[in-house]
Design a protein around this ligand. Structure first.
Ligand code: NAP
Length: 247
């Protein structure tokens, strides 16, 4: 049985990924931090169509929460065979000279520490070195890692640079252990993240800078994630796939 954990699976790209994964036959752990209503809605949509899903509250930046999430998933759905490290936050638009230590801690804790903690737990369970059956991890990076997001959120962009590097290194580290590790690098995608952090019109505003002249939809990112997770990508590891309309 295929079992997937999607961090931040309750909204945006994570919700689209959770639903597509269920369509492809995965039992889905829909992780969220605060919005239980959104997570339960995704779970409801999956179960109404005959799928298996579980909403699990866990802050990925907290080690005990991550351990609890992996245990709950194994107990309710079975051992995880796939992980999507999707949960991440921005802060409001700011220049580096005005950043506070607390903001840097928060953004790096969720985006980098959270992804490492989840990857560690996934490897411990999936690795053939530890008696597992192998598996697949997809990290959700951002085009910000390549252009740096000056005057906006260089801190966030730097966390995504860390995710790119983690993808490359971890892919090599566990390549012999039955685990593939890849990343997607979305461009400007229509989700709540922009409004949450004070820029509701960001995707429309930036669309003219995109070669395809439009923002992307969460489903378009989810499709790339599910391909990377699947056996169709059986010889692909350490890859970072841009899903960004040509940006
Ligand atoms: N949207 C874009 O244009 C874009 C572009 C490039 C990359 N990305 C990346 O795509 C991923 C998803 O972004 P999105 O736009 O879909 O975001 P979103 O709509 O803001 O959704 C974020 C999700 O992450 C969860 N979350 C936040 N902090 C968490 C934590 N500490 N622990 C567990 N869950 C947490 C949220 O749960 P709650 O609702 O419970 O808080 C929510 O389910 C992120 O990695 C982001 O950096 C997005």
């Amino acid at each position: 049985m295929k079992v997937i954990i999607v961090t931040g699976g309750s909204r945006g790209i994570g919700a689209a990924t959770s639903k597509l994964a269920a369509d492809r036959g995965y039992g889905v752990c829909v992780n969220y931090r605060e919005d239980a209503g959104a997570a339960n809605e995704v779970v409801g949509e999956i179960t109404q169509t005959g799928g298996r899903a579980l909403a699990v509250q866990a802050d990925v930046s907290k080690e005990t929460d991550v351990l609890g999430m992996f245990e709950a998933t194994a107990d309710e759905l079975g051992p995880p065979t796939a992980l999507v490290n999707n949960a991440a936050i921005l802060g409001p638009r700011i220049r580096v000279e005005n950043l506070t230590g607390d903001r840097i801690d928060e953004v790096f804790s969720v985006n980098v520490k959270g992804s490492f903690l989840c990857a560690r737990e996934a490897v411990r369970r999936m690795s053939t070195r530890h008696g597992g059956r192998g598996g697949s991890i997809v990290n959700v990076s951002s085009g910000a890692s390549t252009f740096g997001s000056p005057d906006t959120y260089v801190d966030y962009a730097a966390t995504k640079g860390a995710i790119d590097t983690m993808t490359i290194g971890l892919a090599k580290e566990v390549a012999e252990d039955g685990i593939r590790v890849n990343a997607v690098r979305p461009g400007f995608i229509y989700t709540d993240i922009h409004a949450t952090f004070g820029e509701p019109d960001r995707v429309d505003r930036m669309a003219r800078t995109v070669p395809m002249k439009r923002g992307g939809q969460p489903d378009e990112v989810a499709s790339a994630i599910l391909w990377l997770l699947s056996e169709e990508a059986s010889y692909t590891t350490g890859a970072i796939v841009d899903v960004s309309g040509g940006t």
